[in-house]
Design a protein around this ligand. Sequence first.
Ligand SMILES: [Zn+2]
Length: 258
Amino acid sequence: MDLFIEMINRFKPEYAIGFPQTIAAFSSYVKRKKRILGGCFKGIILIGEQVYAWQKNLIEGVMGARVFLDYGMVEKAIHGGGCEHADAYHFIPQYGLTEYVPLQNHFNELVGTGFINYAMPLIRYRTGDICRHIRKGCTVCGRPYDTTAAIDGRLCDFLVTADGQIVSVHLPLDYRVLKHIEGFQLYQEKAGEAELRVWTRRKEGKHAGRLLHEIQRCTSPLGRDLVYKIVAMGNEHTRTQTKYSVVDQQLDMRNFLQ
Ligand SMILES: [Zn+2]
């Protein structure tokens, strides 16, 4: 981390781009260790994962620049992001045509036809990404683009109750519950049941219990029907440098959505 801080202060980049988890972890380190960043940033672009308000606030506070949300994919079917005034994702019509396939509980799957992928054009490509309310046009900047406040995640980022209802696991957690927790993931292979896998710095189970309570608060009321089991993961690490997903979903979600 200190090497990154040194390189940033030497190189003075105007923009940084990365996964929210990673940049939030970096920002947390800078804040905790009271390190100085050179104040060079004009913007921080977050890609690839759900973004929580606490991450955005932490990153903006430490990096001293606005966070820009960005949604896209290597298949180049849909691209979206905030405008100069608002954080809502504006789907860029010059880049691709975005359509919305209604699923249960007002969720929509994003379906894209890209205009810039000449090597392998994709028509009505089902992205597996989910969002809820779509607005026609941005009321703040006036662009006539479809917008949505949040991407709720991928199909596999949801949990399923015993009666087949899907539960969004976009968790606006009170992040104080994560103080002694190194990492967590929800694992599901049977509808109605989920494991809360927790990596903690301390042995006591109360931190995991508090986290579970907070997860249940965030996923209420539908998530109340789920039966959870807490599993302490000890030193076993499954986390990698790649995208982090809150849910390790083993069920075929398309069976539950249509
Ligand atoms: Zn706008």
